[in-house]
Design a protein around this ligand. Structure first.
Ligand code: GLC
Length: 709
């Protein structure tokens, strides 16, 4: 009886039945993933008929043909289709493009991000695909690194919470699986160098980088992706300790591990950590990789290793078992629920996108400039290289950039640059526009921009960066505004007009001048389809901004890492040639309301180890607009046997408070949340005093002391 074909049996029974029927060629075939865009036609057809486990970067229509061919193989095992749907199914022109992870993390809104994940899953599934290579759980602590935009910022707790939320969204309807990546400490590479070596101990991995992956695993994330780089010179691809022993055995991760792009080949060609692909394949599987992304030679190498009895078949069975379980979980054998293609870019998803874009915006400065009442303004000038550039506004991993860059493609979906948003909000007849300058290079139209600025009552200047300055292989040593952008801002400020700076950028930049001299500063990062409309609505007061920074802004590129949760002990506490501190800090963000914190209470001031307390605080909206406030809970371990941060986020809650109202916000804090990782890798809650700080940000908070007995 073919149990594996009968959905009345358990996933385990079906998996074991199928595994028992598979040849070694079929098993190894399941461990290979290929991308259509690196194959010649014949090779591609061969893989389709071989019945391999997975394809990536295939968009819907192509998937059907591959699926049909797989169905004709001996066991008819369906392939798994993966794609980088990392801020919506954005590689498909016409799908909803949400704000980037960095942008959306500034919303600190778990439920909205969960909704975004669910909407993305529906669009990916409607396109006939099964798996998104998202979320990125890397931590953006070195801002020179090219992939800061793909992260949820600089804090491990935020990344864990928002990673869990988006995974729940992706997987709640069982339409697709998520992929927690890149395992592990990928963004921590020395010098911010993409895919380079990082010097972190296992202790620090456990303390800072592992918690988000544990939350992802506990949330049921279907897959994890191995990072390119290396930890203390051992490539992650062959790091058995991190992958098999910690992720799989200790944490109990039940999904499967896929390498990143060509990791196995890179062991030979880039890292010189294996003499050939056969040795690389052996080491990679033994370390715990279950699927090879590309490195097609993997297939024949594994067959040779088996024939030469150089690899333990049990490892192959474990890898294939993990992959098959996901395929059964997704009902790939039983005909997945069909999703109507009209859901792609649908109005319900646009509504979620619009709301998330609004909540992701961060108002960093407002010297009584905003909001601008549209009835009271005659002319508004919109100036800057990113004012009308949807590519810059989208950021990375969209149909403009992947799977291969497309120079000339017209967006099919509805989108709003800042220019279009201002026109829609204030009325086209009131809007004057000039690009002012490019992101790079000597070409500039500053004189023309100044001329129209002088005719306006207010000036919106949209600056930042572009795709050429961000992404894989694109780390930056200099975080200043490139080209003539700062000259443009200066020229506009010198007109004496109110200048509102809107930043559209993939990462924090050095914007001291803008902070100092512009009347208002709004951070968008990469705002997706509705970023420009949301910015215009913020400027016009159509909604009350609530975003807060999930990442810090340095004064100078050399100041990175400048994250908020620093340790004590730096002699002098600053560079001799820089003022102390950052331009903007983690958790900075203004509202049109004023929120006042009072009455911080702990349910008890002493707690036995293993216990828990409730922390509560009253927040009053003393402004004249209803609004949302993100309350932050930080802790400081007053004395600890290893260095611990001056303040570490352990909770955040976003709450809506009507004008004039007061709400009580509560947090549950377990002593386990206060644990340190000792030098002998134990998770220990040391007795002693802890400062519990609750407030709006890292500078404004109330404090109470908790003693752990
Ligand atoms: C890329 C990225 C990874 C992505 C994968 C597939 O090189 O490192 O994040 O998911 O390849 O596109």
């Amino acid at each position: 009886m073919e149990i594996y074909k009968d959905k009345n049996f358990t996933i385990d029974d079906r998996t074991e039945d199928l595994l028992s029927r598979m040849t070694i060629e079929e098993k190894i075939g399941q461990m290979l993933q290929v991308s259509y865009n690196v194959l010649d036609k014949n090779e591609y057809e061969n893989y389709k008929n071989l019945g391999i486990g997975s394809f990536l970067h295939v968009l819907g229509s192509e998937a059907d043909d591959i699926r049909d061919k797989a169905a004709k193989t001996r066991l008819g095992i369906p392939p798994l289709f993966g794609i980088d749907a990392i801020h919506g199914h954005a590689l498909l022109n016409g799908a909803t493009v949400f704000p980037s992870q960095l942008a959306m993390s500034c919303s600190f809104n778990r439920s909205l991000i969960r909704e975004m994940g669910r909407a993305t899953a529906r669009e990916v599934a409607a396109d006939g695909l099964d798996w998104t290579f998202s979320p990125v759980l890397c931590i953006a602590r070195d801002l020179r690194w090219g992939r800061v935009d793909e992260t949820f910022g600089e804090d491990s707790y935020v990344i864990g919470e928002l990673g869990k939320a988006i995974i729940e969204g992706y997987e709640c309807d069982n339409l697709i699986i998520a992929c927690a990546k890149h395992y592990i400490a990928y963004g921590e590479a020395t010098g911010g160098r993409d895919a380079y070596d990082c010097s972190v101990t296992e202790r620090k991995v456990r303390d800072i980088f592992l918690p988000p992956f544990k939350k992802a695993s506990d949330a049921g994330c279907g897959s994890v992706m191995t990072a390119y780089g290396s930890i203390d010179t051992l490539p992650l691809t062959v790091n058995k300790r991190m992958m098999r022993e910690i992720l799989k055995d200790e944490i109990g991760f039940e999904g499967f591990v896929v390498t990143d792009w060509e990791n196995i080949k890179s062991l030979v060609t880039k890292q010189r950590a294996a003499k050939d692909i056969k040795e690389a394949s052996k080491k990679a599987v033994e370390a715990g990789n279950d699927m090879s992304m590309n490195t097609h030679e993997f297939y024949n190498c594994m067959l040779e290793l088996v024939k030469e009895n150089q690899i333990d078949i049990k490892l192959i069975d474990d890898a294939v078992r993990r992959i098959l379980k996901i395929k059964f979980r997704l009902k790939l054998f039983d005909g997945k629920d069909k999703i109507d293609k009209n859901i792609i870019g649908c109005s319900e998803h646009k509504k979620i996108n619009h709301e998330l874009s609004r909540e992701s915006l961060v108002l960093l400065k407002n010297d009584n400039v905003l909001p601008i009442e549209k009835e009271k303004i005659k002319k508004i000038a919109v100036i800057g290289p990113n004012a009308d550039d949807i590519r810059a506004q989208y950021g990375d991993w969209t149909y403009f950039s992947h799977p291969e860059p497309k120079k000339h493609v017209q967006p099919k979906g509805e989108y709003y640059t800042v220019l279009r948003g201002i026109k829609e909000t204030f009325g086209e007849d009131k809007v004057l526009y000039n690009k002012g300058c490019d992101i790079f290079g000597d070409e500039n139209y500053i004189k023309k921009a100044v001329k129209i600025a002088k005719k306006a009552d207010a000036v919106v200047c949209v600056i930042g960066d572009c795709l050429a300055q961000n992404g894989e292989y694109r780390d930056r040593a200099n975080l200043d505004l490139s080209g003539y952008q700062e000259e443009l801002v200066k020229a506009l400020v010198e007109t004496g007009k109110k200048v509102i700076a809107v930043l559209i950028n993939c990462k924090p930049l050095c914007i001291s001048y803008i902070k100092e001299h512009c009347g208002a500063v709004i951070e968008m990062f990469n705002g997706g389809d509705f970023g420009g409309l949301a910015a215009a609505e913020l400027i016009s007061g159509k909604f009350n901004p609530s975003g807060k920074l999930s990442v810090s802004f340095p004064q100078h590129g050399a100041q990175t890492p400048c994250y908020y949760n620093q340790y004590s002990g730096w002699h002098g506490g600053q560079y001799v040639d820089l003022q102390k501190g950052n331009v903007y800090d983690f958790a900075d963000g203004l509202s049109y309301s004023k929120f006042e914190y009072s009455n911080l209470k702990l349910s008890r001031h002493t707690v036995p180890n293993g216990g828990a307390i409730t922390v509560s605080v009253d927040i009053s909206n003393t402004g004249d607009m209803d609004g949302k406030e993100i309350a932050m809970l930080f802790v400081k371990d007053v004395v600890s046997s290893v260095l611990t941060p001056e303040k570490q986020l352990k909770g955040f809650e976003k709450v809506f408070i009507k004008k004039g109202e007061t709400k009580t916000v509560t947090f549950k804090l377990k002593t386990d949340d206060l644990a340190i990782v000792t030098t002998d890798l134990k998770y220990v809650v040391e007795s002693g005093d802890f400062e519990i700080m609750v407030g709006a940000n890292t500078k404004e908070y109330l404090t109470e002391t908790l003693t752990v007995l």
